[in-house]
Write a protein that binds this ligand. Structure first.
Ligand code: FES
Ligand SMILES: [Fe+2]
Length: 343
Protein backbone atom coordinates (compact mmCIF):
# COMPACT_ATOMS: atom_id res chain seq x y z
CA UNK A 1 0.00 0.00 0.00
CA UNK A 2 1.40 3.37 -0.95
CA UNK A 3 2.20 5.67 1.93
CA UNK A 4 0.24 8.88 1.64
CA UNK A 5 1.69 11.08 4.34
CA UNK A 6 0.46 14.52 3.37
CA UNK A 7 -2.96 15.82 4.27
CA UNK A 8 -5.35 16.79 1.53
CA UNK A 9 -5.89 20.52 1.01
CA UNK A 10 -8.63 22.65 -0.52
CA UNK A 11 -11.22 20.70 1.46
CA UNK A 12 -13.49 21.26 4.47
CA UNK A 13 -12.73 19.52 7.75
CA UNK A 14 -15.05 19.25 10.73
CA UNK A 15 -13.14 19.82 13.99
CA UNK A 16 -16.02 20.48 16.40
CA UNK A 17 -19.73 20.70 17.01
CA UNK A 18 -21.30 24.17 16.99
CA UNK A 19 -22.68 23.66 20.51
CA UNK A 20 -19.17 23.24 21.90
CA UNK A 21 -18.40 26.98 21.61
CA UNK A 22 -20.44 29.54 23.57
CA UNK A 23 -20.29 33.25 22.64
CA UNK A 24 -16.97 34.73 23.80
CA UNK A 25 -15.27 31.32 24.02
CA UNK A 26 -12.26 30.13 22.06
CA UNK A 27 -9.85 27.23 22.24
CA UNK A 28 -6.88 25.68 20.52
CA UNK A 29 -7.76 23.01 17.95
CA UNK A 30 -5.12 21.03 16.14
CA UNK A 31 -6.08 20.39 12.53
CA UNK A 32 -3.82 18.73 9.94
CA UNK A 33 -0.88 19.32 12.27
CA UNK A 34 -1.57 23.07 12.42
CA UNK A 35 -2.60 24.89 15.59
CA UNK A 36 -5.80 26.88 15.14
CA UNK A 37 -7.69 29.05 17.57
CA UNK A 38 -11.34 28.32 16.98
CA UNK A 39 -13.70 30.72 18.67
CA UNK A 40 -16.97 32.55 18.76
CA UNK A 41 -17.35 36.33 19.06
CA UNK A 42 -19.77 37.67 21.65
CA UNK A 43 -22.17 38.33 18.78
CA UNK A 44 -22.16 34.64 17.82
CA UNK A 45 -20.00 34.61 14.68
CA UNK A 46 -17.29 31.96 14.48
CA UNK A 47 -13.65 32.59 13.63
CA UNK A 48 -10.61 30.40 13.03
CA UNK A 49 -7.09 31.85 13.11
CA UNK A 50 -3.62 30.39 13.23
CA UNK A 51 -2.99 29.97 16.95
CA UNK A 52 0.43 31.56 16.88
CA UNK A 53 0.75 35.29 17.51
CA UNK A 54 2.85 36.76 14.68
CA UNK A 55 4.67 38.92 17.24
CA UNK A 56 6.38 36.30 19.39
CA UNK A 57 4.46 33.11 18.97
CA UNK A 58 2.20 32.96 22.02
CA UNK A 59 -1.05 31.05 21.38
CA UNK A 60 -3.85 33.56 20.80
CA UNK A 61 -6.21 31.00 22.32
CA UNK A 62 -4.68 31.85 25.72
CA UNK A 63 -5.85 35.47 25.34
CA UNK A 64 -9.32 37.02 25.37
CA UNK A 65 -12.23 37.54 23.03
CA UNK A 66 -13.02 41.25 23.30
CA UNK A 67 -16.56 42.67 23.10
CA UNK A 68 -15.48 44.85 20.11
CA UNK A 69 -15.12 41.64 18.07
CA UNK A 70 -11.42 40.88 18.15
CA UNK A 71 -8.97 38.52 19.85
CA UNK A 72 -6.34 39.89 22.20
CA UNK A 73 -2.96 38.17 22.60
CA UNK A 74 -2.10 37.57 26.27
CA UNK A 75 1.56 38.60 25.89
CA UNK A 76 1.56 42.22 24.60
CA UNK A 77 -2.12 42.75 23.86
CA UNK A 78 -2.02 42.83 20.07
CA UNK A 79 -5.54 42.55 18.69
CA UNK A 80 -6.71 40.60 15.67
CA UNK A 81 -9.98 40.64 13.74
CA UNK A 82 -11.66 37.38 12.61
CA UNK A 83 -10.25 38.09 9.14
CA UNK A 84 -6.74 37.93 10.59
CA UNK A 85 -6.01 41.67 10.43
CA UNK A 86 -4.09 43.15 13.35
CA UNK A 87 -5.96 46.25 14.58
CA UNK A 88 -4.00 47.33 17.63
CA UNK A 89 -0.44 47.23 18.92
CA UNK A 90 -0.66 48.85 22.37
CA UNK A 91 3.07 49.61 22.63
CA UNK A 92 3.04 51.94 19.61
CA UNK A 93 3.00 55.67 20.34
CA UNK A 94 1.49 56.70 17.03
CA UNK A 95 4.58 58.32 15.62
CA UNK A 96 6.17 55.13 14.22
CA UNK A 97 6.15 53.97 10.60
CA UNK A 98 4.72 50.61 11.56
CA UNK A 99 0.99 50.26 11.07
CA UNK A 100 -0.83 47.48 12.97
CA UNK A 101 -2.99 46.92 9.86
CA UNK A 102 0.04 45.78 7.88
CA UNK A 103 0.30 42.67 10.10
CA UNK A 104 -1.87 39.60 9.56
CA UNK A 105 -2.31 36.22 11.11
CA UNK A 106 -3.62 33.42 8.89
CA UNK A 107 -7.42 33.22 8.93
CA UNK A 108 -9.27 30.07 7.88
CA UNK A 109 -12.70 30.12 6.22
CA UNK A 110 -15.19 28.69 8.69
CA UNK A 111 -18.88 27.70 8.41
CA UNK A 112 -21.51 26.82 10.94
CA UNK A 113 -24.41 24.73 9.65
CA UNK A 114 -26.50 21.72 10.73
CA UNK A 115 -24.98 22.08 14.22
CA UNK A 116 -21.47 21.48 12.82
CA UNK A 117 -18.37 23.62 12.45
CA UNK A 118 -16.40 23.25 9.23
CA UNK A 119 -12.96 24.76 8.54
CA UNK A 120 -11.49 25.07 5.06
CA UNK A 121 -7.85 24.05 4.80
CA UNK A 122 -6.65 25.82 1.68
CA UNK A 123 -3.51 24.76 -0.15
CA UNK A 124 -2.61 28.44 -0.47
CA UNK A 125 -3.31 30.55 2.62
CA UNK A 126 -5.92 33.19 1.91
CA UNK A 127 -7.46 31.52 -1.14
CA UNK A 128 -11.24 31.32 -1.31
CA UNK A 129 -13.02 27.98 -0.83
CA UNK A 130 -13.73 26.14 -4.08
CA UNK A 131 -16.97 24.72 -2.70
CA UNK A 132 -19.16 24.57 0.40
CA UNK A 133 -19.13 21.94 3.18
CA UNK A 134 -21.36 18.87 2.78
CA UNK A 135 -24.86 18.85 4.28
CA UNK A 136 -27.06 16.07 5.66
CA UNK A 137 -30.23 17.44 4.02
CA UNK A 138 -32.36 17.43 7.17
CA UNK A 139 -34.38 20.14 8.87
CA UNK A 140 -34.26 18.95 12.48
CA UNK A 141 -31.48 19.19 15.08
CA UNK A 142 -28.95 16.44 15.66
CA UNK A 143 -30.07 13.78 18.12
CA UNK A 144 -26.95 11.80 18.89
CA UNK A 145 -23.24 12.39 18.66
CA UNK A 146 -20.04 10.68 19.73
CA UNK A 147 -16.37 11.62 19.32
CA UNK A 148 -13.43 9.32 19.90
CA UNK A 149 -9.74 9.88 19.27
CA UNK A 150 -8.01 7.21 17.24
CA UNK A 151 -4.26 6.82 17.70
CA UNK A 152 -3.58 6.68 13.96
CA UNK A 153 -3.31 8.82 10.87
CA UNK A 154 -6.40 9.63 8.84
CA UNK A 155 -5.82 6.85 6.29
CA UNK A 156 -6.12 3.96 8.72
CA UNK A 157 -9.10 5.58 10.42
CA UNK A 158 -10.92 6.01 7.09
CA UNK A 159 -10.04 2.57 5.78
CA UNK A 160 -11.04 0.94 9.07
CA UNK A 161 -14.47 2.52 8.82
CA UNK A 162 -15.15 1.65 5.17
CA UNK A 163 -13.77 -1.89 5.40
CA UNK A 164 -16.66 -4.35 4.90
CA UNK A 165 -14.78 -7.45 6.08
CA UNK A 166 -13.97 -6.54 9.69
CA UNK A 167 -17.42 -6.35 11.28
CA UNK A 168 -17.76 -10.02 12.28
CA UNK A 169 -14.43 -9.87 14.09
CA UNK A 170 -14.11 -6.33 15.39
CA UNK A 171 -17.79 -5.81 16.24
CA UNK A 172 -18.21 -9.31 17.60
CA UNK A 173 -21.17 -8.74 19.95
CA UNK A 174 -23.94 -11.23 20.49
CA UNK A 175 -26.58 -8.64 19.60
CA UNK A 176 -24.93 -7.82 16.29
CA UNK A 177 -23.73 -11.22 15.19
CA UNK A 178 -24.95 -13.02 12.14
CA UNK A 179 -23.62 -15.69 9.85
CA UNK A 180 -21.30 -14.57 7.07
CA UNK A 181 -23.07 -14.33 3.74
CA UNK A 182 -22.19 -13.46 0.20
CA UNK A 183 -22.66 -9.71 -0.26
CA UNK A 184 -23.13 -7.96 -3.58
CA UNK A 185 -23.22 -4.19 -3.49
CA UNK A 186 -23.51 -1.68 -6.27
CA UNK A 187 -21.07 1.25 -6.20
CA UNK A 188 -21.03 4.40 -8.29
CA UNK A 189 -18.74 7.44 -8.45
CA UNK A 190 -19.70 10.73 -6.74
CA UNK A 191 -18.21 14.19 -7.24
CA UNK A 192 -15.38 13.62 -4.74
CA UNK A 193 -15.76 9.96 -3.85
CA UNK A 194 -18.19 7.09 -4.29
CA UNK A 195 -21.48 5.68 -3.09
CA UNK A 196 -22.77 2.27 -2.11
CA UNK A 197 -26.19 2.80 -3.65
CA UNK A 198 -29.45 2.26 -1.76
CA UNK A 199 -30.04 -1.35 -0.76
CA UNK A 200 -31.71 -3.39 1.98
CA UNK A 201 -29.24 -3.88 4.83
CA UNK A 202 -28.84 -7.48 5.97
CA UNK A 203 -28.35 -6.69 9.68
CA UNK A 204 -31.53 -7.44 11.66
CA UNK A 205 -30.88 -4.45 13.95
CA UNK A 206 -31.97 -2.12 11.13
CA UNK A 207 -35.50 -3.57 11.26
CA UNK A 208 -36.25 -1.29 14.18
CA UNK A 209 -36.97 1.20 11.36
CA UNK A 210 -39.21 -1.17 9.40
CA UNK A 211 -38.57 -2.05 5.76
CA UNK A 212 -35.50 0.11 5.43
CA UNK A 213 -32.99 0.92 2.69
CA UNK A 214 -29.56 2.37 3.26
CA UNK A 215 -27.23 4.38 1.07
CA UNK A 216 -23.65 5.06 2.11
CA UNK A 217 -21.55 7.78 0.53
CA UNK A 218 -17.90 8.58 0.97
CA UNK A 219 -16.30 11.82 -0.16
CA UNK A 220 -12.97 13.48 0.48
CA UNK A 221 -11.44 14.18 2.82
CA UNK A 222 -13.37 11.73 5.04
CA UNK A 223 -17.08 12.43 4.92
CA UNK A 224 -19.31 9.38 5.17
CA UNK A 225 -23.07 9.82 5.07
CA UNK A 226 -25.37 6.91 5.74
CA UNK A 227 -28.97 7.66 4.79
CA UNK A 228 -31.65 5.27 5.98
CA UNK A 229 -35.09 5.50 4.44
CA UNK A 230 -38.25 3.62 5.22
CA UNK A 231 -41.98 4.00 5.80
CA UNK A 232 -43.14 3.61 9.37
CA UNK A 233 -46.68 4.12 10.68
CA UNK A 234 -47.66 5.55 7.31
CA UNK A 235 -44.92 8.20 7.32
CA UNK A 236 -41.69 8.55 5.33
CA UNK A 237 -38.73 8.15 7.65
CA UNK A 238 -35.26 9.50 7.02
CA UNK A 239 -32.37 8.96 9.40
CA UNK A 240 -29.01 10.43 8.44
CA UNK A 241 -25.69 9.53 10.01
CA UNK A 242 -22.49 11.46 9.38
CA UNK A 243 -19.07 10.11 10.24
CA UNK A 244 -15.96 12.20 9.68
CA UNK A 245 -12.34 11.45 10.41
CA UNK A 246 -10.74 14.70 11.49
CA UNK A 247 -6.94 14.50 11.42
CA UNK A 248 -5.40 16.37 14.37
CA UNK A 249 -1.90 15.45 13.29
CA UNK A 250 -0.26 12.53 11.50
CA UNK A 251 -0.83 10.19 14.46
CA UNK A 252 -4.14 11.29 15.95
CA UNK A 253 -7.51 11.35 14.25
CA UNK A 254 -10.86 12.17 15.79
CA UNK A 255 -13.74 10.06 14.58
CA UNK A 256 -16.88 12.15 15.00
CA UNK A 257 -20.29 10.66 14.43
CA UNK A 258 -23.58 12.55 14.33
CA UNK A 259 -27.12 11.31 13.71
CA UNK A 260 -30.23 13.21 12.75
CA UNK A 261 -33.78 11.90 12.91
CA UNK A 262 -37.20 13.48 13.37
CA UNK A 263 -38.31 14.01 16.98
CA UNK A 264 -41.13 11.46 16.83
CA UNK A 265 -38.54 8.80 16.14
CA UNK A 266 -36.78 9.41 19.47
CA UNK A 267 -37.60 5.89 20.65
CA UNK A 268 -34.46 4.81 18.73
CA UNK A 269 -32.26 6.96 21.01
CA UNK A 270 -31.59 4.22 23.61
CA UNK A 271 -30.36 2.00 20.80
CA UNK A 272 -27.75 4.60 19.83
CA UNK A 273 -26.94 5.36 23.45
CA UNK A 274 -26.29 1.69 24.16
CA UNK A 275 -24.52 0.66 20.97
CA UNK A 276 -23.09 3.70 19.23
CA UNK A 277 -20.21 4.32 21.58
CA UNK A 278 -19.32 0.63 21.71
CA UNK A 279 -19.19 0.45 17.94
CA UNK A 280 -16.76 3.31 17.53
CA UNK A 281 -14.70 2.04 20.47
CA UNK A 282 -14.34 -1.33 18.68
CA UNK A 283 -12.88 0.45 15.66
CA UNK A 284 -10.66 2.59 17.88
CA UNK A 285 -9.22 -0.40 19.71
CA UNK A 286 -8.37 -2.29 16.55
CA UNK A 287 -6.32 0.61 15.14
CA UNK A 288 -4.50 0.86 18.48
CA UNK A 289 -3.63 -2.79 18.09
CA UNK A 290 -2.70 -2.25 14.46
CA UNK A 291 -0.19 0.37 15.61
CA UNK A 292 1.81 -2.41 17.28
CA UNK A 293 2.40 -3.88 13.84
CA UNK A 294 2.80 -0.62 11.94
CA UNK A 295 5.72 0.37 14.19
CA UNK A 296 7.83 -1.94 12.10
CA UNK A 297 6.75 -0.38 8.77
CA UNK A 298 5.55 -3.66 7.28
CA UNK A 299 4.38 -4.06 3.70
CA UNK A 300 0.56 -4.13 3.77
CA UNK A 301 -1.96 -5.59 1.36
CA UNK A 302 -5.27 -4.53 -0.11
CA UNK A 303 -6.97 -7.52 -1.64
CA UNK A 304 -9.85 -8.05 -4.04
CA UNK A 305 -13.36 -6.65 -3.72
CA UNK A 306 -13.49 -6.47 0.08
CA UNK A 307 -10.61 -3.98 0.01
CA UNK A 308 -11.79 -2.18 -3.12
CA UNK A 309 -13.27 0.79 -1.21
CA UNK A 310 -9.84 1.28 0.41
CA UNK A 311 -8.17 1.03 -2.99
CA UNK A 312 -10.57 3.65 -4.34
CA UNK A 313 -9.87 5.85 -1.34
CA UNK A 314 -6.16 5.85 -2.15
CA UNK A 315 -6.82 6.49 -5.84
CA UNK A 316 -9.26 9.32 -5.19
CA UNK A 317 -6.81 10.85 -2.74
CA UNK A 318 -3.96 10.65 -5.21
CA UNK A 319 -6.05 12.20 -7.99
CA UNK A 320 -7.10 15.00 -5.61
CA UNK A 321 -3.50 15.70 -4.59
CA UNK A 322 -2.47 15.93 -8.24
CA UNK A 323 -5.34 18.25 -9.10
CA UNK A 324 -4.44 20.60 -6.22
CA UNK A 325 -0.73 20.53 -7.04
CA UNK A 326 -1.22 21.09 -10.78
CA UNK A 327 -4.18 23.45 -10.50
CA UNK A 328 -6.23 21.16 -12.75
CA UNK A 329 -9.77 19.80 -12.41
CA UNK A 330 -10.22 16.74 -10.24
CA UNK A 331 -11.07 13.67 -12.30
CA UNK A 332 -12.61 10.89 -10.24
CA UNK A 333 -10.91 7.58 -11.03
CA UNK A 334 -13.79 5.47 -9.61
CA UNK A 335 -15.86 3.46 -12.08
CA UNK A 336 -19.35 2.12 -11.44
CA UNK A 337 -19.09 -1.49 -10.25
CA UNK A 338 -20.61 -4.37 -8.30
CA UNK A 339 -18.38 -5.57 -5.46
CA UNK A 340 -18.70 -9.09 -4.05
CA UNK A 341 -17.36 -10.40 -0.77
CA UNK A 342 -18.31 -12.59 2.18
CA UNK A 343 -19.01 -10.99 5.51
S1 FES B 1 3.38 37.66 21.41
FE1 FES B 1 1.40 38.27 20.94
S2 FES B 1 1.41 40.34 21.32
FE2 FES B 1 3.44 39.80 21.65
FE1 LIG C 1 -16.19 -0.84 12.22
Amino acid sequence: MAEMGEFLRDLWYMPALASSLAPGQMRREMLLGEPLVLGRLKGGALFALRDICPHRGVPLSAGRVLPEGSVECPYHGWRFKPGGQCTKIPSLTGSEDLKAESIKVRAYPVREQDGLIWVYMAARPGSEPKNEPPRPGVSHPMRWTETQRFACGIDHAVIGLMDPAHAAYVHDHWWWKRKARLKEKHYAPLANGFVMTAHRPSKPAYRILGDVTTEITFELPSTRFETLRSRLLGTDVKVVGLTVCTPRDSENTDVIQVFWWPAWLNFIYPFFWALGRTFIADDRKIVELQKEGLKFSPQLMLIQDSDQPAIWYHRVKKAWTESVENGTDFVNPVQERILRWRS
